[in-house]
Design a protein around this ligand. Sequence first.
Ligand code: AMP
Ligand code: MN
Ligand code: MN
Ligand code: MN
Length: 302
Amino acid sequence: MTVSHALTDSLVDAQGIDLHMHSTASDGALSPAELVALCHQRGLTHIALTDHDTMAGVEAAEAAASSLGLQVMPATELSCQWRGVNIHVVGLLPEGAQGDLVEGLRRQSEARRARAQEIARRLEGVGLSNALERAQQQAGGERPLGRPDFARALVDAGLVPDMASAFKKHLGAGKRGDVKMHWPYLSEVVEWIRSASGVAVLAHPLRYGLTRRKRGQLLDDFLAAGGEAAELVNGFQNPDVTRDLARQLDARAMLGSLGSDFHFSGGPIAPGTMSPLPRTALAPVWSHPTLSQYAGAGARRT
Ligand code: AMP
Ligand code: MN
Ligand code: MN
Ligand code: MN
């Protein structure tokens, strides 16, 4: 029987932790229970389920984890906009959806629905007929649609050779299908997270195509809005840029988080897979007083 270990108070020496993963509640391939089982199999002890704009998978993940001795942190990855850029903010939410976040999540699902219609309209313009129906079919159910569903529909219709080209040509940053207007501003989603007594973590700061200077401005605005942490490592990253990011976070006394951003098996990323962390004195996000219950040993709940 697995006994979970308490987390160290060092970000660099952390083992068995992954605070960024997706399930079928958003654009991941595994159900919450399957994901938790895979995490357990891979020796993880502390995880957060961070589905896009929803917490619909959290209960099932907690139920699956309780018998395995894993600690599951309720969480979500919220879509928002900042200066015309689509930014993601992870909310670590030990008390679940509370306060303004309840209405916030409802608005996010509405926004996702409206956005899907607009993406569909735009993709029909490049030859994907019945785009909404095709994307829903790719999603394989009623769950809210994301750009990966449209990407698969484009591939399936033979309009692009693969997912990467679908994003490069039609769905990636600045392309026709990159619809941001429905998302709330950065400051609003941080406020929702704080209203739920959660900790706001800026997701993958290196994945927005920002210059170092602009990234610094994003961090400053995020802090001003009430954000407290940022992912130092998300999946695979360039080590030099990661060291530089550590300096930017350190200069602002931010907490550091980490995660694989796992979506599906068979690729280079699995639960717990990410680039090694640079040497840094950055405090880990789990040292936040609000999250201390999750940093302890993962005793099975009764
Ligand atoms: P959405 O949440 O609808 O804005 O879709 C964003 C999601 O698309 C991300 O969370 C990734 O899972 C996926 N994604 C983004 N860029 C790419 C890419 N270049 N290739 C494949 N998937 C991508
Ligand atoms: Mn995703
Ligand atoms: Mn993201
Ligand atoms: Mn993600």
